[in-house]
Design a protein around this ligand. Structure first.
Ligand code: 5IU
Length: 276
């Protein structure tokens, strides 16, 4: 079986990277392939939303740089919630600089991302040195990296040969690069004549997921959990405003109901996929 039809549990057993294993195990344990993306600017909203959706998710995706009243206690609260509700943390930092600079951005500054974020991501645009730089900080801490192989936005330049090169870069660093932010499965993409995919198992985390709208008027494009997980073979659905709405999740019951709904849809699509 390819990773398309394998269970999350069996993939967890074989994965060499600690962060990938932890995520796959969490997905299986909680029967949830739902990641909630929390793009809000007040720490109170941020922490309240996460406490409400916590039971239904495998992963929280953050942009801590948008929190305007940020101080490091937000991270401590986030870690407490991660333990309380059993989810992993993914700071969607989208690193894009030279190796030396990204190592500093990852380890230091106000946010010290490597100290608390199990996963982070990077644009492949600088070439393999971005992986070397981030791995120098993240590997000793047991972290994992996702490369941005594709984007959900209209007119994205991350297509074709660029996407293939991203997959080749990941293939060359299997200890640290655990998969992609992408819109479809990437096993075997960009293989050259005579190369084989072996037992590579990239995790695909996919934003641009929504059940009620097709877009946001600013280039975002939404597909359903079924399209993403069953038809495109992605592993984790990333949902933001579809869950916390237009009012920064002011109504916890509404947020909880949406989280339950997306968890259910994502898991149903996965069950259909492994039965295929
Ligand atoms: N995000 C995308 N598309 C991408 C990448 C990241 O939407 O291709 I790479 C981020 C942006 C936002 C979240 O933090 O995922 C999606 O939020 P909404 O579900 O609210 O659109």
């Amino acid at each position: 079986a390819t990773s398309f039809t394998q269970t999350y549990a069996s993939r967890a057993e074989k994965h060499a990277n600690q962060a990938a294993r932890a995520l796959l195990e969490t997905i299986e344990r909680k029967r949830s392939n739902l990641c909630v993306s929390v793009d809000v600017t007040k720490q109170a909203d941020f922490l309240r939303i996460i406490d409400v959706v916590g039971p239904y998710i495998c992963l929280v995706k953050t942009h801590v740089d948008v929190i305007e009243d940020f101080d490091y206690s937000v991270i401590e609260r986030l870690q407490e919630l991660s333990t309380k509700h059993d989810f992993q943390i993914f700071e969607d930092r989208k690193f894009a600089d030279i190796g030396n600079t990204v190592a500093l951005q990852y380890s230091s500054g106000v946010h010290k991302i490597a100290h608390w974020s199990h996963l982070t991501n990077a644009h492949p645009v600088p070439g393999p040195s971005i992986i070397t730089g981030l791995a120098s900080v993240g590997l000793p801490l047991g972290r994992g990296l996702l490369l941005l192989a594709e984007m959900s936005t209209k007119g994205s330049l991350a297509t074709g040969a660029y996407t293939e090169e991203a997959v080749r870069m990941a293939r060359a660093s299997p200890d640290f690069v655990i998969g992609f932010i992408a819109q479809r499965r990437m096993d075997g993409v960009g293989l050259r004549e005579g190369e084989s995919a072996g037992d590579e198992d990239f995790l695909i985390l996919t934003p641009g997921v929504g059940l009620d709208t097709k877009g946001d008027g600013m280039g975002q494009q939404y597909r359903t959990p079924r399209q993403v997980v069953l038809e495109s073979g992605c592993d984790v659905i990333i949902v933001g405003r579809g869950i916390y709405g237009k009012d920064n999740g002011a109504n916890p019951d509404a947020v909880r109901a949406q989280a339950e709904r997306y968890r259910e849809e994502g898991w149903k699509a996965y069950q259909e996929r492994i039965a295929a």
